[in-house]
Each structure stands twice: as structure tokens, then as C-alpha cells.
Design a protein around this ligand. Structure first.
Ligand code: PEP
Length: 248
């Protein structure tokens, strides 16, 4: 089985003007250089598209990877406002977040749309960080596993491999709310997800991960890292989460 190197991904969402992005990127670069490869995980940051070029330039050579927050399925064309996966790759991205709940719920993205985007990401050589997760109502109704399983079945193209896919389990009610799923619920959902994806595929947990709760979450055997929103905007907090990854 492939070694599942832990991955800590920062989703900056729609935050940061050029000066903020550069400051954050420099602060992360400094920490990465000081760590000198001793970190127990891979790190990727996903700034807004407007900052990719500048942040990518600052992070070059630091070991921190660059990712997009979304992409269109097509490489180019008459899609005003969209960004093709090849454009992300051209800017130095190696990852792209797809199917985030803020896209599924805020922009009406269906599983079929997300699946097309994942296929587009792979065509461009990007690793897709595919987000899945249930709403609070669905969890309370006992439908969490059914919802997540259906999202996986509908959003993952057939030729998925552990090298091209990362799944992020993000309960919608835990994103940006300060609420986190219990350790038991995270362990149970990650085990369920693992049974439905290619062997060796990494599964991240996301939903109000912070330096205080990261340790307990990242120690779970089926948790291969974290997708971090709010806390990724603070270099010290984000780095503390990355440092919580137990060494391989
Ligand atoms: C996210 O946006 O993917 C996320 C998990 O956000 P937060 O960490 O702020 O809950």
C-alpha cells in the first residue's frame, strides 16, 4: 500500500489583498525554511486566484505547494469569470480544491459538475482535493454516511488513483463555526470513506481545525491531514497545525 504522507492544506478563501497575501506567504516561507524538511507533513496553500502568482513566487523553493480553490472543467473557452485547470497548473499549482461546500451550496454545484472539474484537474496534472460532507440536518437525521457516500460515488471519476485524489471530509456545520465533529464521528466517517476510495488515497478532515484540536484529530489512523480555513490565515496557527502531524 502507498505511504499516505500527511497533508495540511490552507484554504484562504476570498481573503487577502496583495500585501496581506505576501506577508502571510513570507511568514510561511520563513517557517518552512527554518523547519528544513523536518515537518511530518506536506503543506499546500490555496490563496484566492488573484494572489496565486505572487504567493507562488514567494513560496518557490520553500517546499510549500500551491493550490487553487476551484476550477472549470474545460481548459479554455467562453466561460466568463472562470479559470481553467491548465491555467492553475501554468501558475505553478499542483493541487486544486473541488466541491467545497461553499461551492456546492453557494453556487449550486452538483456531484456531476464536481466530477467534471475533477476530470479537468487530472487532465491538467493537478491533484484534486475533493470535499464531501453532510449538513447539520442530514447528520441529525442519521443520513451523514449516506450523503457522503453518494457524494463520493457521484463526484469521483472512474480512473481515480491515490496519486491524483485527496478526499477532504468537511461536515458543513463545522466549517467556520468553531464546532468540530467528535473524534469518534471523524474516525467512523473516515473509515467509511476509506472503504469507498482507491487504496492509499489520503483523507483530510476539515471543519474549524485549530492548533488546540489538531493534535487529537491528526493522531487518528484514518486521518491523513487537515483542510484548514480560518486558521490558515494566521501563519503561526497554520504552522502549529502542520507541526501537530506526527512524524512518519
Ligand atoms: C474550509 O474552508 O475548508 C474550512 C475547513 O474552514 P474552517 O477551518 O474555517 O472551518
Amino acid at each position: 500500500m502507498a505511504i499516505r504522507t500527511k497533508l495540511v492544506a490552507g484554504n484562504w478563501k476570498m481573503n487577502g489583498l496583495r500585501e496581506d497575501g505576501a506577508m502571510l506567504a513570507h511568514a510561511l516561507r520563513q517557517r518552512a525554511i527554518a523547519a528544513g524538511g523536518t515537518l511530518g507533513c506536506e503543506v499546500v496553500v490555496c490563496p484566492p486566484a488573484t494572489l496565486l502568482s505572487e504567493v507562488g513566487g514567494i513560496l518557490a523553493g520553500s517546499g510549500i505547494a500551491l493550490g487553487g480553490q476551484d476550477c472549470h472543467a474545460a481548459p479554455k473557452g467562453a466561460y466568463t469569470g472562470d479559470i481553467g485547470p491548465e491555467m492553475l497548473a501554468d501558475l505553478g499549482c499542483s493541487y486544486v480544491i473541488l466541491g467545497h461546500s461553499e461551492r456546492r451550496h453557494g453556487h449550486g454545484e452538483t456531484d456531476a459538475v464536481v466530477r467534471g472539474k475533477v476530470a479537468g484537474a487530472w487532465r491538467a496534472g493537478l491533484v484534486a482535493i475533493l470535499c464531501v460532507g453532510e449538513t447539520q440536518r442530514q447528520r441529525q437525521a442519521g443520513e451523514a454516511i449516506e450523503v457522503v457516500s453518494s457524494q463520493l460515488a457521484g463526484s469521483i471519476p472512474e480512473d481515480a488513483t491515490a496519486a491524483t485524489l485527496v478526499v477532504a471530509y468537511e461536515p458543513v456545520w463545522a466549517i467556520g463555526t468553531g464546532l468540530t465533529a467528535t473524534i469518534e464521528d471523524i474516525a467512523a466517517m473516515h473509515a467509511e470513506i476509506r472503504s469507498r476510495i482507491p487504496s492509499g488515497t489520503r483523507i483530510l478532515y476539515g471543519g474549524s481545525v485549530n492548533p488546540k484540536n489538531a493534535d487529537a484529530i491528526l493522531r487518528l489512523s484514518d486521518v491523513d491531514g487537515a483542510l484548514v480555513g480560518g486558521a490558515s490565515l494566521d501563519a503561526a496557527d497554520f504552522w502549529a497545525i502542520a507541526q501537530s502531524c506526527p512524524a512518519e
